[in-house]
Design a protein around this ligand. Structure first.
Ligand SMILES: Cc1ncc(COP(=O)(O)O)c(C=O)c1O
Length: 406
């Protein structure tokens, strides 16, 4: 997820435009800003690039999820179905609007298993939140069908899949709302930032107000704005938006490089018959930030991770099963509902119920999965060397394991 790899004069130019006016805030100060509105301009670019009607920039992907949930009317007592493999922001956002995160198994797509989603639906379910992890997509046809049948909202967390598509539509623009993160390690970055995308004017108007203390933004005098509801400050700054404006213009180049490097690495890894790959519901829409691959058993995968560590080639390869950010196994703070502020006892109880759930189907997938981050900067030789070293390590571990079994 490498936007920062190609940071250059374009980003500096947009940031300097803002520095020259000295107006670092996205709202107000109409005269001194001399026509420089970077956040507004970036929102327009987002709508044009991804084909959505509305885009509301905010301060992070987490803020985008929180604002979107709130604007969709998800709150106290509602259940939101999310995958067991995601980023902590998914349940943070759900809990922050007072709703209940219901974690369910993933399948070989590395995101929501539609069968597990169906089983988790109750009278309280209000929203399904697929998380398009590691550059690629959830099984959107199946999830859209479930949402229609059960009259549920669909909120896409596309924070990790900027530029990915499903059947010709950009991820994040398909559901009732969708989000991107523009944090430092995303496909395009603002340093910190996020966006809510939607085709629903009401959802947009609400995210617009919510992210700026409930301001209705109807006039040019902030002091005279009305506050139809209570909001927060999730505003993005002009400096951050300026960086994003330069980056979005490079997105197509990033995606081309990513897809090319992904393709080459996949060819190399495919030499090993024991390696299999993640299921991609629409392969042409993979944004290719990562290549995610599986080995036959957990034991073998752990042996490989160990071998790669010894050889000093593990960097850029992620064994999420042991990672504290991305998988339920390590989320004790969630399982114990450890918060700094008091939670409603019903919410606390509902959250702690996640601890007793059986995620063995997800374990069986995640314990065998490695995701390799795709760099924009690899030369052909570096890519080949990297791939061949992984293949050699896999073969070494494989022959060691076979010998041990004889
Ligand atoms: C899937 C997913 N959702 C949400 C977020 C939150 O984004 P941010 O870091 O901008 O708050 C991230 C960040 O890594 C993410 O990976």
């Amino acid at each position: 997820m490498p936007g920062f790899e190609h940071f250059g004069k374009e980003e500096r130019k947009h940031v300097n435009d803002v520095l020259e006016t000295g107006i670092l805030m996205r709202y107000g100060f109409d005269d001194p800003r001399k026509g420089i509105w970077k956040a507004k301009e970036l929102e327009k670019e987002i709508c044009q690039t991804f084909g959505c009607q509305y885009a509301q920039l905010v301060s992070s992907g987490t803020a985008a999820l929180t604002a979107a949930l709130s604007a969709l009317g998800v709150g106290y007592g509602d259940e939101v179905i999310i995958p067991a493999f995601t980023f902590v922001a998914s349940f943070e956002a759900v809990i922050s609007v007072g709703a209940i995160p219901v974690l369910v198994d993933i399948d070989q797509t590395l995101t929501l298993d539609p069968q597990a989603v169906k089983k988790a639906i109750t009278k309280k379910t209000k929203c399904i939140m697929p998380v398009h992890m590691c550059g690629s997509m959830a099984d959107m046809d199946a999830l859209i069908k479930i949402c229609r049948e059960h009259k549920l909202l669909l909120l896409e967390d596309a924070c990790q899949s900027i530029g990915g598509t499903f059947k010709g539509k950009f991820l994040g623009t398909i559901g009732d709302a969708g989000t991107f993160s523009f944090d430092f390690v995303k496909t395009i970055t603002c340093a910190e930032g996020g966006v809510v995308m939607t085709n629903n004017e009401d959802v947009y108007t609400k995210t617009d107000g919510l992210s700026d203390h409930g301001h209705d933004h109807k006039g040019s005098d902030r002091g005279a704005d009305l506050h139809p509801f209570i909001g927060y400050n999730y505003r993005i700054s002009e400096l951050h938006a300026a960086v994003g404006l330069a980056q979005i213009k490079k997105l197509n180049d990033f995606l081309k490089l990513q897809r090319n490097n992904h393709h080459e690495l996949k060819q190399i890894l495919s030499q090993v018959s024991e390696i299999t790959f993640r299921r991609i519901p629409d392969p042409s829409g993979d944004s290719c930030t990562f290549i995610s691959w599986f080995l036959p058993t957990e034991q073998f995968t752990r042996a490989l991770v160990n071998e790669m560590k010894i050889q000093g080639i593990l960097g850029g390869n992620f064994y999420w099963f042991d990672n504290n950010w991305h998988y339920i196994r390590k989320w004790d703070h969630l399982k114990k509902a450890t918060t700094l502020h008091a939670l409603h006892p019903d919410l606390r109880q509902a959250i702690t119920q996640q601890a007793g759930k059986d995620f063995s189907d997800s374990d069986a997938i995640m314990s065998r999965c490695i995701s390799t981050a795709i760099s924009l900067n690899w030369t052909k030789d570096q890519l080949r060397e990297k791939g061949m070293k992984i293949v050699a390590a896999v073969n070494k571990v494989l022959s060691g394991q076979k010998a041990a079994m004889q």
